[in-house]
Design a protein around this ligand. Structure first.
Ligand code: PNS
Length: 162
């Protein structure tokens, strides 16, 4: 049996924490799709095209990995791509409450199971929002995002005038 999973998220932008989960998922499942949410109600720092480009640049060539965008419900994306499992990283207990609600809803409305991977301890404090905050004020980004993402963040805030 082939086990296909989706690693969904906003990825605005991808962090080393996300990357760790994606790589570990690729080692354990037959096929992994990273799915980037296109949310018309929430404008990100990076466009969805930019996020996809950054993700593709940092994951490189992994045979069992695809990177896609999606709109609407994640369960509909899963159904359309014949994916039965959502794979998410859990950083801390504070993540759990909301993640559990989403997992239960996704099972209820789409019959899709969610598996959680514990984030590696060195990444457990990381979030895209915090990284953007540090980048906005010119703080150091080493150990938080891949170099190509750090460069893109610096360019973005330089273009925006800081
Ligand atoms: O990186 P994020 O912002 O925490 O990711 C959240 C995401 C994209 C996984 C979640 O918001 C999502 O799946 N959105 C799509 C709409 C949907 O299916 N909502 C969940 C119903 S329980």
């Amino acid at each position: 049996m082939t086990v296909s999973v989706v690693v969904p998220g906003s990825f605005d932008p991808i962090t080393l924490g996300h990357l760790d989960i994606v790589r570990r998922a690729c080692e354990r499942f037959d096929h992994v799709t990273v799915a980037v949410l296109e949310n018309p109600r929430k404008q990100g720092l990076f466009s969805v095209d930019e996020r996809l480009q950054l993700i593709r640049a940092v994951v490189g060539e992994i045979d069992n990995l695809a990177v896609e965008r999606f709109e609407g419900l994640l369960v509909d994306f899963c159904r359309a791509h014949d994916i039965g499992i959502i794979c998410k990283g859990l950083r801390a207990v504070s993540d759990f409450e909301y993640e559990l609600q989403m997992a239960q809803m996704n099972r209820r409305i789409g019959g899709i199971e969610t598996v959680f991977m514990s984030t590696s301890p060195e990444h457990s404090y990381l979030s895209s929002s915090l990284v953007k905050e540090v980048a906005r004020y010119g703080g150091p980004l080493d150990g938080t995002v891949p170099d190509v993402v750090a460069d893109a963040l610096r360019d973005k805030f330089a273009a925006a005038g800081g």
